[in-house]
Design a protein around this ligand. Structure first.
Ligand SMILES: Cc1cc2nc3c(=O)[nH]c(=O)nc-3n(C[C@H](O)[C@H](O)[C@H](O)COP(=O)(O)OP(=O)(O)OC[C@H]3O[C@@H](n4cnc5c(N)ncnc54)[C@H](O)[C@@H]3O)c2cc1C
Length: 472
């Protein structure tokens, strides 16, 4: 095939020549635009794409993939670039396909509690636009992420303990396959028993099997009452014990988030939180009818008190509540602000809830032995937390941080956990995949990749470690 024998530069040139005929004003090779698309957040790796193409429709995405498939040019879907495992770092001679101009809300079916949106819309923008329906979309990763990117990383956030992750909140998709073919998966119904669940296959596929252009989402009614409180503890173990008991007792908290003293100190400074001490802290939110909320609050307070909690401080007004949750969402930036020249590498382990205390105790030992600063925070109601490892931005510093990361992951896997509860694999977690998933499962994943993307043009080098049947 001529495309195979041509040089990578010639193949790229052929793609851009084809696409310029119809999309010239959507293609940029400006250095600043390429730089913006050369990396996500947090990971150290970066590489410039040769060009950035801004899709404005499903047909645009189809045209781009069809040309890239024909000429064997790698293409990396780009939402908002907030992913933190090197997901959007392009390989050599690649195109970055930016979906952020695809922001339309295509349908809102308030009576069925669902909507259909283009993949480049952010969850914040969706919620602002549907506010007057009384409905909202609950999945809330900290970054200003796109809904397509959130599907692609199977994202979650602080509300997953109550509403689930993207997996539970996406009903269907429009996806452009590697060849440029457009398919629809799923639909509007709450359940379906017809064939392979391709919607779930694309959720978490990190742009390696297709590019998502539309998403059918479940919406939820805004709760009648919302109430938020903070409870501090002298001892981290007591806070974790409280959370484990809350979940084991089935108290339907809306959110429960933990910050350790180092993280709390950073957030007090960064978010100007007044009235709190740099102690282990649980952030709670309760939602529902007033009587139900009261019941949840009483049960939670009793458990916290029995575990030496220092009492509940209530965020009474909507303004106080949003200040509190903004501080939680800004936790990563609070840590970055502690050491602006340093790198921050986030772990993302998750374990069955009964093992959370054991894991956190072990992680604290590892952090102490490493000599590094690594604030700990997370979505503990799901058994998921992050250690934000602060390290010098040097090869030695990175190596030291990765060493700590590996120890933490090994502990989680030994407790039947996972190396990533929500951030995904990207490049950062590739080394752990075989241990976690097993060789047999990986070979099925590779077979799927080879079938759906035979030339490995879709985000090569991510999600699947190189192996016998995979050369991407
Ligand atoms: C401060 C901060 C806090 C965060 N907190 C959380 C959190 O609480 N929970 C959580 O889950 N994550 C969190 N994240 C990570 C990040 O926000 C999520 O991974 C998010 O889902 C990425 O969305 P994005 O639009 O930025 O995607 P991008 O970073 O642009 O892309 C991510 C991956 O998806 C692929 N992709 C993007 N769009 C598409 C598409 N339309 N079709 C197919 N593939 C696509 C890309 O190729 C890439 O592999 C946080 C990040 C930051 C910086």
């Amino acid at each position: 095939m001529p495309e195979n024998s041509a040089s990578a530069a010639d193949r790229l040139h052929a793609v851009l020549t084809t696409l310029r005929a119809s999309m010239a004003d959507q293609i940029s090779t400006a250095p600043s635009v390429r730089e913006e698309h050369s990396h996500g957040e947090a990971m150290t790796a970066a590489r410039l794409p040769e060009a950035v193409i801004f899709a404005e429709s499903t047909q645009d995405v189809s045209a781009v993939l069809s040309a890239c498939h024909a000429h064997r040019v790698p293409v990396v879907a780009f939402g908002a670039g907030t992913s933190i495992e090197g997901h959007v770092v392009p390989p050599e001679h690649a195109i970055s396909l930016d979906l952020s101009r695809m922001t339309d809300i295509l349908a809102v079916n308030a009576e069925d509690l669902d909507c259909r949106v283009q993949a480049g819309l952010t969850r914040q923008s969706l919620n602002a636009q549907i506010r007057d329906t009384g409905l909202f979309f609950p999945v809330d990763p900290g970054g200003e992420a796109t809904l397509g990117g959130m599907c692609a990383t199977r994202a979650s956030g602080t509300a997953a303990v109550r509403y689930g992750t993207m997996k539970e909140n996406v009903l269907g998709l429009t996806v452009v396959l590697a060849t440029g073919e457009i398919i629809r998966t799923g639909g509007r119904v709450r359940k379906s028993s017809t064939g392979y669940d391709l919607t779930s296959l694309f959720i978490g596929s990190e742009g390696t099997l297709g590019v998502i252009t539309e998403v059918q989402l479940r919406l939820h009614g805004r709760p009648e009452t919302l109430s938020a409180a903070v409870c501090q503890f002298e001892n981290l173990h007591d806070a974790v014990q409280t959370v484990m008991e809350i979940i084991q007792c089935g108290i339907p908290v809306n959110r429960v988030e933990l910050m350790d003293p180092v993280q709390m100190q950073a957030s007090i400074q960064f978010s100007k939180l007044e009235g709190y001490r740099a102690l282990t802290t649980l952030f709670f939110e309760f939602a529902g009818a007033p009587a139900a909320v009261q019941e949840q609050v009483s049960a939670t307070e009793a458990l916290a008190e029995a575990n030496n909690g220092l009492g509940f401080a209530w965020a009474e007004s909507a303004e106080d509540r949003s200040r509190l949750w903004k501080a939680r969402h800004d936790a990563f930036w609070a840590v970055k602000a502690l050491a602006p020249q340093a790198r921050v590498i986030s772990t993302d382990c998750i374990v069955p809830i009964s093992r959370l205390g054991t894991l956190i105790d072990g992680v604290y030992q590892d952090i102490k032995a490493s000599g590094l600063r690594a604030p700990l925070l997370g979505h503990v109601g799901d058994g998921n937390f992050h250690t934000l490892i602060i390290t010098e931005d040097t090869p030695e510093g990175h190596a030291q941080a990765w060493e700590l990361d590996k120890k933490i992951v090994a502990r989680a896997l030994a407790l039947e956990g996972s190396c990533s509860g929500e951030h995904g694999v990207g490049m950062g977690k590739l080394d752990f995949l075989e241990t976690e998933q097993g060789a047999g499962t990986l070979s099925v994943m590779r077979a799927l990749k080879n079938t759906m993307d035979p030339h490995h043009i879709l985000n090569p080098g991510k999600l699947l470690p190189a192996g016998p049947a995979y050369t991407g």
